[in-house]
Design a protein around this ligand. Structure first.
Ligand code: RET
Length: 291
């Protein structure tokens, strides 16, 4: 019968409610998400307070940009905590988590599912949060629109291909192909951060602060890439989603909240330097005619 055939092929995975309850009942896992909702909210309020007296538009743009990081983060972690943006995926042949099962702590007791837990909402939301980091860094370095745009476009490429790497279940090789592609885009961003923007920052008189922010960013961003490779989505050296989730959450604390606070405190005290460049906002060296 038609209905019978349909029922036979229906795959029943864990429900969104199961994921939500798991976040509440598994304290270690849940804390990695709820702590970040709290930290992102607290950082956002602190940044508003720190930047409240800044009136210069270019300085305000940097401040608004870093506030955007925490604003996206609240939504990102809410997506994970509510169970909306995570799944249990069965990994392909040859993957370290092939044949793995995951136990979810629901209110009705433990539910075991085939597959490993993938918090794919992170990669989706990094697509929206990390451009804010690069916009702020590019503006502090006094860089031009072309370089800022290039950094942001390749950054979006990193995150979208990272999302593809996390969600691909058809072939083990294809997962690593996505990962490699993501790394190539990542190298473009690293090049801009290590070579282009330090030069611009020297000219803008912001080299010292830029250098600190640059290293904070480079080290933590490599941390994300390494964590993916070692975690349950990659080589599965850390087998559980809990370790991977905490790893990313700790990296987030440094790469987003600490970075934002350093930026806003510096901008607030250095508005003259931030707004000082003669050609800020221009796309060529030409001086507009008066007529
Ligand atoms: C992935 C996996 C594929 C290879 C690479 C990655 C890099 C991720 C990075 C993430 C940075 C995230 C930040 C989030 C803050 O909101 C996608 C893990 C290279 C660099 C800073």
């Amino acid at each position: 019968m038609q209905t019978g055939a349909l029922t036979d092929t229906l795959v029943l995975g864990a429900s969104m409610q199961d994921f939500f309850e798991h976040g509440l009942n598994d304290a270690v896992f849940g804390a990695s998400l709820y702590a970040n909702i709290f930290l992102a909210g607290a950082t956002l309020l602190l940044l508003m307070w720190l930047g409240r007296n800044v009136k210069d538009p270019r300085s305000q743009l940097i401040i608004v940009s870093v506030m955007g990081i925490s604003a996206v983060s609240i939504a990102s972690y809410s997506g994970l905590a509510s169970g909306l943006t995570l799944s249990i995926l069965e990994m392909p042949e040859g993957h370290g988590m092939e044949g793995a099962t995951t136990v979810l702590e629901t209110s009705d007791g433990a539910v075991e599912e085939d597959g490993t837990m993938v918090l794919w909402g992170r990669y989706l939301t990094w697509t929206f949060s990390t451009p804010f980091i690069l916009l702020a860094l590019g503006l502090i370095a006094g860089s031009n629109i072309t370089k800022i745009f290039t950094a942001i476009i390749f950054d979006i490429g990193i995150m979208v291909t990272g999302l593809a790497a996390a969600l691909t279940t058809s072939s083990h090789l294809m997962r690593w192909w996505w990962y490699a592609l993501s790394c190539v885009y990542f190298l473009v961003v690293v090049y801009i951060l290590l070579v282009e923007w330090p030069e611009d920052a020297k000219a803008a008189g912001t080299y010292e602060i830029f250098n600190t922010l640059k290293w904070l960013t480079i080290v933590t961003w490599f941390g994300y890439a390494i964590f993916w490779a070692l975690g349950n989505e990659g080589l599965a050296i850390f087998e559980t989603a809990v370790v991977t989730s905490w790893g990313y959450s700790i990296l987030d604390i440094v790469s987003k909240y600490a970075l934002s606070i350093i930026i806003v405190v510096w901008v607030r005290d250095n508005v003259d330097i931030v707004s000082g460049g003669a050609e800020y906002g221009a796309t060529s060296d030409a001086i507009p005619a008066d007529d």
